[in-house]
Design a protein around this ligand. Structure first.
Ligand code: A3P
Length: 314
């Protein structure tokens, strides 16, 4: 399946310079491209991905916005597709972080720095991830038979998780960014890969139109019925479980286990992001420990106005 025509370097540079800009948490610049906010260094890789990616029908693309359960979904899908052996010593999640096994396309593959990951020569089936919104995915990928698995999470736990994450990597020796301001950025959509609500809605609507192409998961449902939801993923990907397999995979991918592996306690797969920052509490409703009634109401209102009309409740 062929990609769409490649824009010239000049087109790309010009469009990058002209993009609207904002400051995220007084700590980093972000810019708006195709209706969403990104770190500037990710826009060019996203454009290259969109214009050059050659889809294979057996590709599997995981998708999510930030802090909605990506690491868990990567671990589970990797075990379902590529690391299915039952023997403990074959479990390569013990040697590398899940983000190594399932690279995020725009930040780890098409990034401007040289990369060791070559997806063109990778053997099939390729298992990839993106935080990009559905609308900017390459047409060949949308038109191919490849499957997409999207994970969403309730906005209040998402914003609290974002707040913890960026405070730990962007402001490690500073006072935490005020939560009220973080909620404000989240509700106005001015944050990495925001607006959250539009991101979720795009994948939701597409999953309703093409359920055989896109599986839409919710973090809360995965926590409530992990066996049922993980079996659903395995079936959707055409790899249903045999006896006892689901328990083994859930154990391998559990937060407590991953968090305590040496590679995650002390390693770092992404520049400036210790692996341990990907693992925190993983609790549904943790927002109650942080948000004031005013912040809660602000998010509820935004959520109602953006999602309810589409029959989507998070
Ligand atoms: P909390 O900050 O609420 O604890 P992402 O992987 O998209 O960055 O999302 C991060 C959130 O997923 C964090 O939530 C993190 O603790 C949780 N998480 C990470 N690994 C997990 C796992 N194996 N099982 C369940 N939740 C996990």
């Amino acid at each position: 399946i062929s990609p769409s025509p490649t824009p010239t370097c000049n087109d790309v540079e010009k469009s990058l310079n002209d993009l609207p800009k904002a400051r995220f948490w007084e700590a980093m610049d972000i810019c708006k491209w195709e209706g969403y906010w990104f770190e500037p260094g990710l826009v060019k890789p996203a454009i290259t991905f969109r214009s050059t990616f050659q889809a294979r029908n057996d590709d599997v693309l995981l998708a999510s916005t930030m802090k909605t359960g990506t690491t868990w979904l990567k671990s589970l899908s990797f075990c379902i597709i590529q690391n299915r052996q039952n023997h403990k010593h074959d479990d390569i999640l013990t040697t590398e972080n899940p983000h190594f096994h399932v690279p995020t396309i725009e930040s780890m593959i098409y990034s401007t720095k040289p990369t060791k990951i070559d997806i063109y020569d990778a053997s099939s089936p390729r298992l990839l991830h993106t935080h990009l919104p559905y609308s900017v995915l390459p047409d060949p990928l949308k038109e191919s038979q490849c499957k997409i698995v999207y994970i969403a999470r309730n906005p209040k736990d998402t914003v609290v998780s974002i707040w913890h994450f960026f405070n730990s990597i962007l402001r490690p020796n500073q006072d935490p960014f005020p939560l009220e301001k973080a909620v404000d950025c989240f509700c106005s959509g001015v944050h990495q890969y925001g607006p959250f609500f539009e991101h979720v809605t795009e994948y939701w609507l597409e999953s309703q139109k093409r359920p055989e192409k896109i599986l839409f998961l919710k973090y809360e449902e995965m926590k409530k019925d992990p066996k049922g939801e993980v079996s659903k993923i395995a079936e959707f990907l055409g790899r249903p479980f045999g006896d006892g397999e689901v328990d083994e995979i859930l154990w391998r991918c559990s937060l407590d286990r991953l968090k305590n592996l040496e590679v995650n306690k002390n390693g770092s797969i992404l520049y400036n992001v210790p692996n341990i920052c990907f693992f925190r509490k993983g609790e549904v409703g943790d927002w109650k420990n942080y948000l004031t009634p005013e912040m809660e109401e602000r998010i509820n209102q935004t959520s109602r106005s953006k999602l309810e009309a589409f029959g989507l409740f998070l």
